[in-house]
Design a protein around this ligand. Structure first.
Ligand code: GDP
Length: 447
């Protein structure tokens, strides 16, 4: 451990900005010493107890604030190290004075993003999936994200992985026995049983992988694309859905040249709506690029809103036929226009909307929630929440498939060992260094 890693770290752990209370957290072997410096003559509260305290500026002896202090002694703390928390009044000058005073104490430094949680992981308090869950919980902005993150932070995924790992290790022990004591002739039945156990394990993993990426979608947001010809009212609809001006609305066709996105909380689901460039044949190179991106977005979307004006046929544009994952909702725009001709085109299930009067907008929202909930809102939150998990699990399944077909006991064991390693890397037990920076870079300071 380098001197820097051994440093006692501190950070504002509550949100920044004006608030009733601010929490400043310290972790490391100088945390208790820092309490004595900032609160001279006062006794450290016993572990897990709160004590009223007066924080003073060490050099001048001037009072910074009256607040509360809590201690957690190693290893019984979030990080596994000594932890001291100061709860002070939440004004920014108070926080700044405390932070500056801490900065002048030797051996202390400001924490980096995610460093408290990283220390918790490195000290064996939590596994990597729980650390990721905590990061997601801090970032959660909708109910579906919170539900998913709290399960992962609570160890649901880790428990599943651990169950597979333990079963695999048992199989591995049998296989190794076969190699080490070949002349004791383990009955054929055991070898046969081992192979069928491998098949069962691989199947369980496949079932977890076969989740339509629900977990990742909930984490990153359900993708909704708005498509239709220029001027049909895409930007106006997006503004109406977002209830604020986000896209340029103009009656000059072809003004939305790139893709504009808005994040919404739809019935507890995080949704990202893309306003795509008007779809039409165009000679303008910039606009042609916009159209290309629009089509790519529509193809990548989970739900597509297909817009048309009265009298026009709905756009086709080769977007996937509405089956499978990509659901389409058809809308007829500008329903308020008195000049609308009598409609002759029939589109089943179409909703007529006006972004000007707001008519039909609630039906669009209801239909969207329905489409999103039917795809991603099953009762059970998904187990896999990131690509990293998926890749590790896929490696495990591949190794098990190889094991099933292995020609010798040695090869069989080797593949089982690779599968175990793949599972251990989900939990951060192997290959740690290069993934840690990736995992913790998304955290905020103070967590
Ligand atoms: P986009 O090119 O598909 O993004 O279309 P815009 O949202 O920029 O709208 C094109 C024009 O249609 C603008 O002049 C809008 O004010 C107008 N417009 C859009 N929605 C409505 C609507 O519901 N009613 C009426 N009357 N005009 C609309």
């Amino acid at each position: 451990m380098t001197a820097d890693e051994a440093a006692t770290i501190y950070a504002l752990s509550s949100g920044s900005g004006r608030a009733g209370v601010a929490v400043i957290r310290l972790s490391g072997n100088r945390a208790c010493g820092a309490f004595e410096t900032l609160c001279p003559g006062q006794t450290l509260p016993p572990p897990r107890r709160v004590r009223r305290t007066t924080l003073v500026e060490p050099e001048s002896g001037n009072i910074i604030d009256h607040g509360l202090a809590m201690t957690f002694l190693a290893p019984n703390s979030y990080t596994g190290e000594d932890v001291v928390e100061f709860h002070v009044h939440g004004g920014s000058a108070v926080v700044q004075a405390v932070v500056e005073a801490l900065g002048r104490i030797g051996g202390l430094r400001m924490a980096e993003a995610g460093e408290f949680t990283r220390r918790a992981f490195e000290n064996g308090k939590i596994d990597l999936t729980a650390a990721e869950g905590i990061g997601d919980l801090v970032a959660a902005s909708t109910e579906a994200q919170r539900r998913q993150a709290v399960m992962q932070a609570g160890g649901a995924f880790a428990a599943q992985i651990e169950d597979w790992r333990v079963r695999l290790i048992r199989l591995l022990a049998h296989a190794e026995a076969e190699i080490d004591f070949p002349d004791e002739d383990l009955p054929e039945a055991i070898a046969g049983q081992a192979r069928s156990d491998v098949v069962v394990l691989a199947e369980e993993m496949r079932q977890v992988l076969d989740d339509r990426r629900r977990g990742e979608v909930i984490r990153d947001g359900v993708r909704v694309a708005i498509i239709g010809p220029p001027n049909v009212g895409k930007s106006s609809l997006l503004n109406c859905l977002a209830q604020r001006d986000v896209a340029i609305v103009s009656d000059q066709p072809g003004t939305t040249r790139d893709v504009v996105e808005v994040h919404l909380d739809l019935g507890g689901f995080p949704v990202t709506v893309w306003d795509t460039a008007g779809l039409r044949e165009t000679g303008d190179r910039v606009e042609a690029e916009g159209v290309r991106r629009a089509l790519a977005r529509a193809d990548a979307a989970d739900v597509t809103l297909v817009l048309r004006e009265t009298g026009q046929a709905p756009a086709r544009y080769g977007v996937s036929a509405g089956g499978g994952a990509n659901q389409r909702i058809f809308l007829r725009t500008k329903s308020d226009l008195a000049a609308n001709p009598v409609e002759t085109v029939v589109v089943p299930g179409e909703i007529s909307v006006s972004s000007k009067t707001g008519a039909g907008i609630n039906s669009v929202l209801d239909r969207l929630v329905e489409a999103v909930a039917s795809q991603f809102g099953s009762e059970e939150p998904a187990v896999i929440t990131r690509e990293r998990h998926r890749q590790c699990l896929l490696r495990a399944v591949e190794a098990l498939d190889r094991a099933e077909a292995a020609a010798s006991a040695e090869l069989f064991s080797e593949d089982l060992r690779l599968a175990v390693r793949a599972l251990e890397s989900v939990m951060g037990r192997v290959d740690v260094e290069h993934i840690l920076d990736i995992v913790f870079k998304d955290f905020c300071i103070g967590k």
